[in-house]
Write a protein that binds this ligand. Structure first.
Ligand SMILES: [Fe+2]
Length: 374
């Protein structure tokens, strides 16, 4: 029963597995800049953000802007609106990306300066699900904030004991988020969304997961930073039954920051979701939380990095493949078995947005018991 899932390099793909198409890129994203939100009330979000380890740059009655301890001037914005909603991601594009091409070829619009929270210039376009995506340039980096020294280099292992006559006493404080790492989006039309994001952002699929019929249904995509190492994934597209923000993930200094951060969030009464565990694809140590409006946030550390030449790998999609060890993923990560879900599925089938066959394959991938011995 204990086994590592199989994985194939793209050059040695079994004949019954389809490759994820790689459209020519219109430009090249070099950073996930920030995530944007609309909130009916900003105060509960501000409180969560502080306890989660964001540094608040400005808080007006209309807008909340946060940064991490790294050099990005902004990692999250929330604006007052009549609903609680994830508005969309903003990406920083390489200097050689020509933003006007998005205006001419994809109907993007230049963003007015007062909409940009930390300067620069940018365009707004909409993905196939109608979600706003910002592409930015000329954002000025800021001085990083001081962090304590990481515990990891002085970790004692059975083979190596650098820490002698010293202890581990990390402060009990919020996790001190360093930077925004990735965002995960669920979509009904996986193929179209993956094609769109790969083309718009010039991403490289690191790991692709496929259904039992060999069709890709999930893609972990990284930035093309050429020979500079990039995170295993910066954008994840997940085939599913709705258009949904799944989570945003923020890097913290080390495992002790993750653990102390969890203590603080628990003590402040926030809602824990999942963790601490280690992911399989991406290898991050993770801890997931809900913000006051039910949106998912992830703290992570110790993720994999790859340069642009590293080959894409494919593996069968299975729920248990999300994590290497740790507690079982919560049921909230799967669609609720409710009348509402049933009606949604019937609507998708009636509109021919999804086939019953594909639904069956997706549900087989999700429903297989992840850790049958638990
Ligand atoms: Fe994640």
């Amino acid at each position: 029963m204990l086994r590592q899932p199989e994985s194939y390099l793209e050059s040695r793909l079994p004949a019954d597995v389809q490759r994820l198409p790689r459209p020519p890129a219109l430009g090249r994203a070099i950073e996930l800049a920030f995530l944007r939100w609309e909130k009916r009330r900003l105060a509960p979000t501000e409180r969560f953000w502080r306890d989660f380890g964001f540094h608040i740059v400005s808080a007006t009655p209309q807008r909340l802007v946060a940064r991490g301890a790294g050099t990005a001037p902004c990692i999250a914005i929330a604006e007052v609106a009549s609903q609680d909603r994830f508005t969309g991601p903003a990406f920083l594009m390489s200097a050689d990306t020509e933003l006007h091409r998005y205006v001419e070829q994809m109907g993007a619009c230049w963003l007015p300066h007062d909409r940009l929270p930390v300067g620069g210039r940018g365009v707004e376009l909409f993905d196939p699900s109608g979600r706003s995506v910002w592409l930015l340039q000329d954002q000025q980096p800021v001085e990083p904030l001081l962090l304590r020294e990481a515990v990891t280099p002085s970790t004692n292992t059975a083979q190596h004991t650098p820490r002698v006559n010293r202890t581990v006493r990390t402060p009990i404080e919020p996790a001190r988020v360093v930077r925004l790492g990735h965002v995960v989006l669920q979509t009904v039309d996986f193929a179209r969304m993956a094609e769109w994001y790969l083309r718009v952002l010039g991403l490289i699929p690191t790991d692709v997961q496929y259904l039992a019929d060999g069709s890709p249904s999930l893609a972990f995509c990284r930035l093309d930073l050429r020979d500079r190492p990039a995170d295993h994934h910066t954008l994840v597209i997940v085939g599913g039954i709705e258009e949904k923000y799944e989570h945003g993930a923020y890097e913290v200094l080390d495992l002790d920051a993750l653990g102390q951060g969890q203590q603080v969030l628990r003590a402040q009464g926030h809602r824990h979701m999942w963790g601490i565990g280690r992911h399989l694809l991406g290898s991050q140590l993770f801890d997931y939380w809900f913000d006051p409006d039910g949106f998912e946030y992830e703290h992570y550390t110790d993720g994999d990095l790859f340069t642009a030449d590293f080959e894409t790998a494919y593996s069968p999609l299975e729920f248990g493949g999300i994590w290497a060890w740790g507690d079982d993923a919560p049921a909230s990560m799967k669609p609720k078995k409710s009348l509402r879900t049933l009606l949604r599925l019937l609507r998708l089938i009636r509109r021919k947005e999804i086939t019953p066959q594909r639904l069956k394959l997706m549900s087989a991938a999700l429903d297989a018991p992840a850790r049958p011995w638990l």
